[in-house]
Design a protein around this ligand. Sequence first.
Ligand SMILES: [Ca+2]
Ligand SMILES: [Ca+2]
Ligand SMILES: [Ca+2]
Ligand SMILES: [Ca+2]
Length: 519
Amino acid sequence: MKFLKLGPYGLPILLVIAALLLPAAAYAQGEGYYTVSQGATKVQITPLSGPGDAASFYNMTNSQSNTGLEEANTAVMFLYRNTATGALSLFVILSGPNGTAGTVTFSLSGVPAGTGFEVQDDGTVDFRETWELTPPTGTVSWAWDEGKSDGMVLGPLGSDFSLTIYPQFTSGITAVKFLSGDRTAPQKIDLNLTDPIIIAGSPNEPPVAAFSTAPDKPHINEPVTFDASASHDPDGSIASYEWDFDGDGVFDQKTTDPVVTHTYAVAGTKSVTLRVTDNDGMTGRTTNSVEISALAVKVKRTISTVAALPGTTFKVVVRIESETDLAGVGLQESLPVGWKIKPIENAGAAFKRATVQWVFVDQVKAGTTKVITYEVTVPTSDQLVATTLPACFKITGTFQAMTPSLSIPVEGDSDIEVTDALTIKTAIAHLVPRVGDDLDDTIDLRLSQKIDPNQLSRAIEMWRDDEPVPWTQGATIDLETMKELAAYAYTCTEVDNPLPAVPQANITAVRTIATPVPC
Ligand SMILES: [Ca+2]
Ligand SMILES: [Ca+2]
Ligand SMILES: [Ca+2]
Ligand SMILES: [Ca+2]
């Protein structure tokens, strides 16, 4: 075999020939998009096709069609394309051999301009029939005898139309079938005898929307990836993707990138709709439901006091409880500038002082609790010189995991007031009672916010003797305050929380308190 040798103009000439051939090739591939619909049913159809014109395919002989597709007492309809010219026609064939006699009337609307009857079976000889067509409307009525058939071919339809048939099957028809695909073995779509039949064509095929979701079991506060890469346009390309993440019918995001992420704050079943638009402006959509689980991770901070004096130290506990296996876990706490941190318990995590970060190198297993404890020292008065006391500061934090991917704020205590004088409640809750008469009471803000029996006993002495409470700038305990302190002690309530609505004990007679129940 010899290779074709191209002269100096050979390649350009071949390209021109290829360019001339291209429209025909493109036409063969992009033959448009056709549907038949009736009521809620809408089905994509492929026109039957053949090399001859519609009339020759109808093949009328003795006032009967001879397509091979006739069925007794059945209205058979289909689109037919002449592959030689590309012309498209609508066939209607009513009954066939072995059928009973019948009469049928069709009203038509949406008939494209320039469309006419290509076959009239057998209006030219059957005086019982009516044939009227003035696009866009028309009316046809047929009458045939036992064992006979009637029908028509309407065309050419062009490539962009929506034609409606309002059928009135008076007699002789018991089934309606729309054919699609291969003319030797077509698919048969069953229609009903009463509702309007809409046959539509479009030169542009609509895009098909499809998307997947990851991870498999997403949680709240975890970014969910929606991937619409599986969407496609059979005869073009996808120009944009629109997402309704919450099923309210309003699209929340529009992109040209098929991959988006969305994070849900509330658990539940979400109805997610994707609408894709192709390069010709046609749309396709799909809806999937996505189950968002409540986050099985709780990260809560407890601060040992609501108020601190300059230069004092308090305690912070962060509890991490997870019902899910977590990997790549980190905690970051953010302290006011200049406040010093001392880690006490790192729960197996590595601590980085410069950024106040903890990283767990191992997995945090489902059902486990990790407790991170650290102490914080408030700057001294000298260091706080520009601050007017009392002043409120905050400790905030973020808990993160790689698998599942999540980032949540640390809940719980956050505020801390720096002040010159504690409230009596706060002072008593952190009181370290003196041992013996020659020592002073001290305050340790690292203690819990609950009032223990020893603290309560010492408070009773202070109330009885009108002794000033340390770190309160000389405040003394009156009867109302004493009853409140006793109530906090008896109910084991932290002093930064309100007392329970229903007291667990009668606490009016404070004088009788001897040994409070330990919390
Ligand atoms: Ca007839
Ligand atoms: Ca006939
Ligand atoms: Ca398209
Ligand atoms: Ca929405």
